[in-house]
Design a protein around this ligand. Structure first.
Ligand SMILES: NC(=O)C1=CN([C@@H]2O[C@H](COP(=O)(O)OP(=O)(O)OC[C@H]3O[C@@H](n4cnc5c(N)ncnc54)[C@H](OP(=O)(O)O)[C@@H]3O)[C@@H](O)[C@H]2O)C=CC1
Ligand SMILES: O=C(O)C1=N[C@H](C(=O)O)C[C@H](O)C1
Length: 269
């Protein structure tokens, strides 16, 4: 069987560039095309030429259907609006949709769930093995401690990041809430400022640092009187996210329609 054809959305983005480079050197898949936002300077060009090299036969387009219908998977690290539109297209043509985009609203997630009735969607706020393992550890620690231990999630990212809390912070917060047997919506306390009053017992706090070129760092703190447990993940290279996404694209081949995440892909459930 031929190696699956992959379409990368937003090939000029930070994650898009990393994904294209990895796929172009992979024996397990080939780069079937790259999509860009309507009117992007690269649209209509060959990817090799657009990136200042020799032509490599990979089309860049702002008309996704022309490449998606002939591919086996789309990898999408873009924006919520672009992701929701692509989920509809993947549902129509039966292409696996791997989603790393964060900052999705409840309405966006509902739209993705509707698309997943006919499409295979794999979505995670963090595609690295390390963070997905960390979610399991956080769930376990939260289940072992009572709410005398205050939980705070602290994340740090580069100055260009547009959403907060990060998708990873929300995954870790969800894991902590699950471990504690509560709903995150009921206990979430985001970005304190001013005269906030004393901390509410049982709250799960979120704090975001933005600066420089930080790739992605997350601490989950369990703080009690007299001791503190800190679970930490540090990403120093975006390839950890890209490799997870490529693994998901291959794993999704032949899977029935539905909503999956990286715990499914990594066999960690
Ligand atoms: N789940 C995970 O493991 C990870 C998730 N992310 C998330 O991925 C997303 C992207 O991150 P990052 O790569 O740093 O961001 P960038 O802004 O560098 O890249 C996003 C790219 O998407 C492009 N784009 C926007 N709209 C469309 C469209 N309709 N069709 C095709 N391309 C489009 C943008 O183009 P233009 O600039 O022209 O608008 C841009 O090139 C964020 O939500 C981030 O949080 C990031 C890393 C890991
Ligand atoms: O925007 C980023 O860069 C990242 N986004 C993801 C998130 O929101 O958690 C994953 C990673 O931390 C990098």
């Amino acid at each position: 069987m031929d190696a699956p054809g992959i379409v990368v959305m937003g090939g000029s983005g930070r994650m898009g560039r990393m994904l294209c480079d990895l796929i172009l050197t992979s024996d397990d898949m080939h780069l079937a095309g790259v999509t860009e936002a309507p009117g992007h300077a690269w649209a209509g060009q060959d990817l090799g030429t657009a990136t200042g090299g020799a032509p490599n036969g990979v089309p860049v387009t702002d008309d996704p259907i022309s490449v998606v219908a002939r591919a086996q998977a789309v990898i999408d690290f873009t924006t919520p609006a672009a992701t929701v539109a692509m989920a509809d297209l993947c549902a129509q043509v039966g292409t696996v949709h791997v989603i790393g985009t964060t900052g999705l609203s409840a309405d966006d997630i509902a739209a993705l769930d509707r698309a997943a009735q006919t499409a295979t969607i794999i979505r995670a706020g963090n595609m690295s093995l390390g963070v997905n393992l960390l979610t399991q550890l956080v769930r376990q620690v939260a289940a072992s401690l009572d709410d005398y231990y205050d939980i705070e999630v602290i994340e740090a990212h580069h100055r260009h990041k547009v959403d907060a809390p990060s998708g990873t912070a929300l995954m870790l917060g969800e894991a902590a809430a699950e471990g504690r047997g509560v709903s995150l919506d009921d206990v979430s306390d985001r970005g304190r400022d001013g005269i906030t009053g004393a901390r509410e017992r049982g709250a799960i706090g979120f704090h975001a640092i933005r600066g420089g070129d930080i790739v992605g760092e997350h601490d989950v703190v369990f703080a009690a009187d007299g001791e503190r447990i800190v679970l930490r993940h540090v990403a120093s290279d975006r390839s950890v996210f890209a490799r997870g996404a490529l693994k998901a694209a291959l794993w999704g081949q032949g899977k029935p329609p539905g909503s999956y995440d990286m715990l499914d892909v990594l066999g960690m459930r």
